[in-house]
Design a protein around this ligand. Structure first.
Ligand SMILES: Nc1ccn([C@@H]2O[C@@H]3COP(=O)(O)O[C@H]3[C@H]2O)c(=O)n1
Ligand SMILES: [Zn+2]
Ligand SMILES: [Zn+2]
Length: 248
C-alpha cells in the first residue's frame, strides 16, 4: 500500500508563483483533497484532475488559501455535475466554516440551499482517534497552534505521514511522532523573518538530523529558490509532481 501525493500548490498565502498549499492524497481507490484554496480549481484544471475524481475534501482551517475555492467547488459539483461531494470537517470547524466563511456566498433560500449539508455530505471528524475515510485511508486530526483561539489542524495519515498544514513550530509533537515511527513529514516553512503564526526554517533546522531527513518543505514564499542548499537535509516539495510514500 502506498500514498500518492500531488500538491496543487506549495506556496504561502502571499505566493504568486507556487499557488495555494493544497494537496491531493490518494490511497488505494480513495482520493482526498486537503484544503481547497483560492487557486485550487485552476490548479486541478492544470493538473487535468476532474473535480468528479475527488472522493472527499478535508479542511484544515479557515484561511482563504485553504478554503477560498470551496464555494466554486460546491457550486460546480451542484450545478455542473449534480453531485453531493463528501466534506470531511473537524467538529470544531463545522459551524464556523458555514456561518463565518461560506454562508454569505452560498446561502440561497429560494433554492433550498440553507446549510453546509445542502451542498455536501458532511462528515465530522473528532480529535483523538483516526477516522476511516475508506478501507485503506485513515486520517487523524491533531489540533495545531496557528492563529490563537481559532481551530486549525495538522494531519496524520495511516500513522505514517504527518502533514503540518499551517502551524507554529511544535518540537515536542514532531519528535514524539518521529519516535512513534512516522516516516514522512510534510511541513510548512516560513523561509525568513520572525515565526508569527508559522514555523520558520530556522526553527526546523534545530531538529535532530534524522528527523530533518524526513521533512519535505511546503507553504513557502516566492523566493524559495534562494534557499536551495540552505535547508540542511530537508527538501522542497514541488507543485504537481507525483510523490509516492510506501505505507507498510
Ligand atoms: N497574525 C497573523 C495572521 C495572519 N498573517 C498572514 O496572513 C496569512 C493568512 O494565511 P496563512 O497561510 O495562515 O498565512 C498568514 C500570514 O501570512 C500573519 O502574518 N500574522
Ligand atoms: Zn496558509
Ligand atoms: Zn493559515
Amino acid at each position: 500500500m502506498e500514498l500518492q501525493l500531488r500538491m496543487l500548490g506549495t506556496g504561502g498565502a502571499f505566493s504568486t508563483r507556487y499557488a495555494n498549499n493544497n494537496a491531493l492524497m490518494t490511497i488505494g481507490d480513495f482520493t482526498l483533497l486537503v484544503d481547497c484554496g483560492v487557486t485550487a480549481i485552476r490548479s486541478l484544471h492544470e493538473m487535468k484532475v476532474p473535480l468528479t475524481s475527488i472522493d472527499g475534501v478535508f479542511i484544515t482551517h479557515q484561511h482563504a488559501d485553504h478554503i477560498g475555492g470551496l464555494e466554486e467547488f460546491a457550486f460546480q459539483m451542484l450545478y455542473v455535475y449534480r453531485q453531493k461531494p463528501k466534506l470531511f470537517v473537524p467538529s470544531t470547524l463545522r459551524n464556523v466554516l458555514w456561518e463565518n466563511s461560506l454562508k454569505g456566498g452560498m446561502i440561497n433560500p429560494e433554492a433550498g440551499l440553507n446549510s453546509l449539508d445542502d451542498y455536501f455530505e458532511v462528515i465530522e471528524i473528532a480529535e483523538g482517534s483516526a477516522a476511516k475515510l475508506s478501507e485503506d485511508f485513515r486520517l487523524e486530526i491533531l489540533p495545531s497552534e496557528h492563529v490563537r483561539y481559532k481551530s486549525s489542524y495538522s494531519l496524520l495519515v495511516n500513522d505514517r505521514l504527518y502533514y503540518s498544514a499551517d502551524t507554529r513550530f511544535n518540537r515536542a509533537r514532531l519528535e514524539e511522532l518521529h519516535d512513534r515511527g512516522v516516516r514522512y513529514f510534510l511541513h510548512e516553512c516560513k523561509l525568513y523573518g520572525a515565526p508569527g503564526v508559522h514555523t520558520t526554517l530556522e526553527e526546523l533546522l534545530t531538529l535532530p538530523e534524522e528527523l530533518q531527513e524526513k521533512i519535505q518543505l511546503m507553504h513557502y514564499s516566492d523566493d524559495m529558490e534562494n534557499y536551495i542548499g540552505r535547508t540542511g537535509p530537508m527538501t522542497f516539495l514541488h507543485q504537481h509532481e507525483l510523490y509516492r510514500y510506501p505505507l507498510d
